[in-house]
Design a protein around this ligand. Structure first.
Ligand code: ZN
Length: 43
């Protein structure tokens, strides 16, 4: 989904601006979509 408001990615600590593709991690925190993919791929 796309971000509707400005928030912070807890994975990379970067800003998430409105309109960016985002996802929720296992604890329900917003992360960049590409950051979540990286997290899932970790062993
Ligand atoms: Zn991120």
């Amino acid at each position: 989904m796309k971000a509707k408001f400005k928030t912070t990615c807890i994975s990379c600590n970067g800003e998430i601006n409105p309109g960016k593709e985002i996802a929720k991690d296992n604890s329900g925190k917003w992360v960049h979509k590409h950051c979540l993919t990286e997290a899932v791929e970790l062993p």
